[in-house]
Design a protein around this ligand. Sequence first.
Ligand code: NDP
Length: 332
Amino acid sequence: MKWGLVGASTIASEHMIGAIRAQSGHTVEAVLSSSAERGRAFATRNGIPHAFTDLDALLARPEIGAVYISTTNEKHFSQAMAAFAAGKHVLCEKPLALSVDDAAKMVEAARSAGLVFAANHHLRCAGAHLAIRQLIAEGRLGRILSMRVFHAVSLPEHLRGWRIDNRDAGGGVIADITVHDADTVRFHLGEDPKTVVAQAVSSGLGEGVEDSVMSVWTMPSGIMVQSHESFTHPYAGSGIEVHGTEGSLFAQGVMTQRPTGTITMTDKDGTVQLNYERHDVYGYGLKAFNRAVAGHGRPAADGVDGLKSLAVAMAVARSAHEGRAVDVDYKG
Ligand code: NDP
């Protein structure tokens, strides 16, 4: 399948172009940029045949079967809607949109056009998270009581643009990282957060947007989740802990774009380290996407998953802003 890239972005050049090309029979045909000069330079640097500044012109190319949208967050909605109208399958970056209502419109547009729509939630594609989920599902930890997600990192220098100073573009750590953590928690626990309580601050990088947030989520089953995201923590490391009646699991260095990290489990017999498969996380997601396009199965994270992770992030933002507990609104 031939792909069109909507957005001359860092994630496309650092991860997705390589991951698309690693899929047998898949090529990158075109890139869209709002700047003709940046688009041309991006195309040349990445060996892409065509660069466009007009989305409709890119979407009019019949040979393009799917688009990967990785523009700034405020653009995802209109670009995805245009892609569905043009009959293209869509792999969209998170957050899918700036509102759950818009995300719901995207899900409906894909459904009624019979097109594949996926959110690029890479963490659920990681070998570490697949292993953790299986262990939980097998009941090795007993009844799950609580989960802790620690995802406070240092935002790399080259990404310190719109994320830290542009609310209109969807900046802030909640839109950037809390959505991923919401998806990961849903993936592991198989249920959707019900109520959240949050506090957010700017701790050195955010200008007009939060760069750090802590929140507590209650799940319908009663499981408690604690989540911490930040752009300002150089040495905190990332990971998750899952605590159950029969054991506790500690996964360190697993909230990343690379197949890294260690997982240990402690129970009445002691502590053991778990082995897991270390594959490219984005390639794994693309494989599932391409299978879905071919009519087999569903994407790793589909549009509804993207909508739900956004709904949790919106509730976290609202709770932090209003200083009260907020029920997550999944819009039906
Ligand atoms: P970038 O800032 O690299 O790119 C976003 C947009 O910014 C591009 O589409 C481009 O616009 C514009 N841009 C890029 N470079 C420049 C420049 N030098 N000067 C002016 N404008 C520029 O963003 P990221 O790649 O970090 O993120 C893009 C999207 O991907 C976001 O939605 C983000 O949330 C998501 N993301 C997801 C990850 C994941 O693991 N799933 C990881 C990282 C990001 P134009 O296209 O018009 O040229």
